[in-house]
Ligand binder design. Structure first.
Ligand SMILES: Nc1ncnc2c1ncn2[C@@H]1O[C@H](COP(=O)(O)OP(=O)(O)OP(=O)(O)O)[C@@H](O)[C@H]1O
Ligand SMILES: [Mg+2]
Length: 295
């Protein structure tokens, strides 16, 4: 996480390469629709994993694919549950719906779950995150949805109770056990509870907050820290990037005094291409090895 241009993608590339060179199996996942990893590694990345070097592969999440998938799933669900209605054709409205508020974060969450499942045997999944606003929505989606889902559960149970009066006479059977909607709501609830637990547990999710010595990036970092704290999600480490000379991040020293920090100096040589990245890690090995946590 971090303000635009502070070096999130570069830091994700550097830390991924660092762990890969230590012998860990790493997948670098670009969740940012801007997809800068292709430029950083000078390789054409796609939604299929591409090996960059020993132990390191990278993949780009195609947001439109996941938005389409999410909408298709919803459409199927509606058609299945309400089969008595005329088939609902969402495809017709896709071009408009894909710009609906909220869809981007749903798409990212779906993609995240899939990546998490497909590559769970790897040592590290490194996510290059989208801009702050979208990233915060992504992290808050499980808790927010749970508030919704809990209300839906209560509503559905009420509906079932009321309907039961009628079905009792008609069928004389309880409907609650075979209510499709209730089952689906419960399924969604379990899915979000699992995600929420993954985001909140530092054993699973370690958020690196990248910042620069300038005031604006430090101010945004404090806001990100506060927003995540409200969600119960801790910051694992800060990366003070593009540091040089007498630069310091004093504005955040007090607020972040308990969070371990990693310092990446300003690099005169562009941090593009695997050789330059590897050279940067070699030059800064004394700092990096001490400071990047290895689980
Ligand atoms: N330590 C560094 N020294 C010098 N240049 C750096 C350093 N880190 C990053 N840069 C450069 O800063 C620019 C922005 O970096 P990067 O794209 O990684 O930032 P970002 O936070 O991912 O941006 P965005 O918000 O657009 O996703 C790039 O040109 C990158 O090469
Ligand atoms: Mg980036």
């Amino acid at each position: 996480m971090g303000k635009g241009g502070v070096g999130k993608s570069t830091s994700a590339a550097l830390t991924s390469l660092f762990w890969a060179r230590k012998g860990f199996q790493v997948m670098l996942v670009s969740l940012d629709p801007a997809h800068n990893q292709s430029d950083i590694f000078e390789k054409t990345l796609s939604d299929k994993p591409l090996q960059i070097t020993t132990n390191l592969s990278a993949i780009e999440i195609e947001q439109t694919y996941w938005i389409r998938k999410y909408l298709k799933d919803v459409q199927q669900q509606i058609n299945r549950t309400y089969s008595y209605l005329t088939a609902f054709n969402l495809e017709k409205y896709f071009t408009v719906i894909k710009y609906s508020p909220g869809l981007e974060e749903y798409a990212l969450v779906l993609a995240f779950e899939k990546i998490h499942k497909d590559f769970e045997e790897l040592d590290y999944l490194v996510f290059d995150m989208p801009p702050t606003a979208l990233s915060l929505k992504f992290f808050s989606l499980p808790s927010l949805s749970l508030v919704w889902v809990d209300h839906l559960l209560v509503l559905r149970e009420e509906i079932i109770k009321k309907r039961e009066l009628i079905t009792k006479i008609k069928l004389g059977r309880k409907e609650i056990e075979r209510d499709k909607v209730l089952k689906k709501i419960d399924e969604i609830r379990r899915q979000y509870q699992k995600l929420k637990a993954i985001f909140e547990d530092p054993e699973w999710t370690q958020i690196y907050l990248v910042l620069n010595p300038d005031r604006l990036s430090q101010a945004e970092s404090v806001r990100i820290f506060d927003a995540l704290k409200e969600m119960g999600i801790p910051i694992y480490q800060t990366i003070q990037n593009k540091m040089g000379g007498h630069a310091s991040c004093e504005a955040i020293e007090a607020a972040f005094s308990r969070i371990p920090r990693l310092i990446f100096p300003y690099s005169e040589k562009p941090l593009i291409g695997i050789n330059n990245l590897a050279q940067f890690l070699d030059i800064n090995d004394h700092v990096v090895s001490e400071q990047i946590g290895v689980r």
